[in-house]
Design a protein around this ligand. Sequence first.
Ligand code: XBP
Ligand code: MG
Length: 258
Amino acid sequence: MGTPLQALLFDVDGTLADTERDGHRVAFNQAFREAGLDWDWDPALYGELLTVTGGKERIRHYLTHFNTDFAGPADLDAFIAGLHQAKTAHYTALLAQGRIPLRSGVERLLGEARQAGLRLAIATTTTPANVEALLTHTLGSASLDWFEVIAAGDIVPSKKPAPDIYDYALKALKLPPEACLAFEDSGNGIRSSCGAGLRTIIAINDYTRTHDFSDAALVLDQFGEPGQPCQVLAGNAVVLNGSPWLDVSSLQRLHGGG
Ligand code: XBP
Ligand code: MG
């Protein structure tokens, strides 16, 4: 018998909640307007900008590839950092208004995992304050303690697709990747989790459905819950054993090599 399943590591943006189009994108645009900039990231452009993870990195990528005429200030780093700080304030305010719900099956799966004694962690490129706001305004502030490790943002020098954030979380959990499963939604996300040696389950979304998930153990349209069954898009559907949603028994089977 191999290493038993001990922990689940979750990405946040796109995986726990569909935060990008109606959350992060809107907050970026609010910060731009507030700074007197006429930049407008529409949903299609934002999809292209999502190839780069991290908000500060995304603004810089926009300036070097999409808005090359912009004559930035001498201290571009400070300018970007200031814009990004404003964006974080707008984003957390959107979450506080309850504008972004969790995806189908997330609350159910977290609850079942806790009941089964599985340890939980987060590995994300987003700013720690954003994770705190999302959890607080969806599951309540007590849910912050459900996660033994919240690895987020600039805590590692290289963001996804680098494996660093997952390596960091595994080290904090003191677990080998073989004892864990990762949950992701994007190509950059799975490159990061698989780079850290983690078997990965994907729940796609509108921005990521065409990404390369050939390394995934399972690709779903959502985790699913009563009334919202999940669809297996790739991988071994047998691990679900007929369940209409991803449950802990499915995870155990998947971990066991199913
Ligand atoms: C998520 C991201 C994040 C958010 C913005 O990637 O790319 O950058 O869009 O967050 P992943 P910040 O889901 O792969 O972790 O602005 O706080 O950086
Ligand atoms: Mg993601």
